[in-house]
Design a binder for this molecule. Structure first.
Ligand SMILES: *Cc1c(COP(=O)(O)O)cnc(C)c1O
Length: 246
């Protein structure tokens, strides 16, 4: 099998894609082994922004079932060219006026962090929407998500929106050259998860049944995230190679 070569102009060649996926699965398995966890507890989400439909199809044919979308327009432009069976996860920053373009097409919206988005998702769905609440765990100015101390308030706000099924928490920590730098953030996410679970048990509108996901871990830090309890990891570069935004 060829080594993944991220600098190759043929970064989407099927054999290159397969080699990257094999490597990723090996690393996931090792992290699960270290943490005493079962691979089945974990969903691998292939974050597809900027990558072409053929590359998505190659991964799908290799058994990757869940894909992430980040920008509504860019996703719309290619969604007709990829397999129907894909389970989509909206992981990008969501504007409330785009909620209608996302509901009923995705398995999960990972990036719910304010009333206006909750309100529109609640209103636009034909049934219910599975959502994760996004936490700005490092309280960075540049990031979406609520700071940890506002999670309780956000759960209160969600009481007004019964069509939302609150299924877990998501975070996007700082880019860390050394993944160990993010271990503490992931650990704090797990504590917040436990707190949120207690709050949901007391809610009149929502319940803690089905509150089971921690979406955390990207290319540079997914192994540490798995060790700290992630149930969904979101990988772009590790699976597709580098992104070209041109
Ligand atoms: C782009 C993106 C990812 C994937 O990032 P990589 O570092 O390429 O794995 C994951 N989550 C979100 C929210 C993203 O926008």
């Amino acid at each position: 099998m060829p080594e993944p070569d991220d600098n190759s102009s043929d970064q989407y060649a099927p054999e290159t894609m397969r080699a990257r996926l094999a490597k990723v699965e090996e690393r996931i398995q090792s992290a699960c082994d270290r943490a005493g966890r079962d691979r089945d507890e974990l969903t691998l989400i292939a974050v597809s922004k900027t990558h072409p439909p053929d590359a998505i199809k190659t991964l799908y044919d290799e058994g990757v079932g869940a894909f992430g979308a980040s920008y509504v327009q860019e996703w719309d432009d290619k969604v007709d060219e990829v397999p129907d069976g894909i389970e989509w996860h909206f992981v990008g920053h969501l504007q409330s006026n785009k909620a209608r373009d996302v509901v009923d097409r995705v398995a999960y919206v990972h990036s719910v962090d304010r009333r206006s988005v909750m309100k529109q998702l609640n209103k636009r769905t034909d049934s219910t929407v599975d959502v994760l609440l996004q936490i700005n765990i490092a309280e960075q100015d540049s990031k979406s998500g609520v700071p940890p101390e506002e999670l309780e308030g956000l759960i209160d706000v969600a009481d007004d929106y019964p069509n939302l099924e609150i299924r877990g928490l998501m975070t996007l920590p700082p880019h860390a050259e050394d993944p160990e730098d993010n271990r503490d953030y992931f650990r704090r996410m797990r504590h917040l998860f436990d707190e949120a679970s207690t709050l949901l048990a007391e809610s009149d509108t929502h319940s803690r049944d089905g509150f089971e996901h921690l979406s955390m871990g990207m290319t540079n830090d997914f192994e540490v995230a798995i060790e700290e309890g992630a149930t969904m990891i979101r990988l772009g570069t590790a699976l597709f190679g580098p992104r070209d935004y041109d």
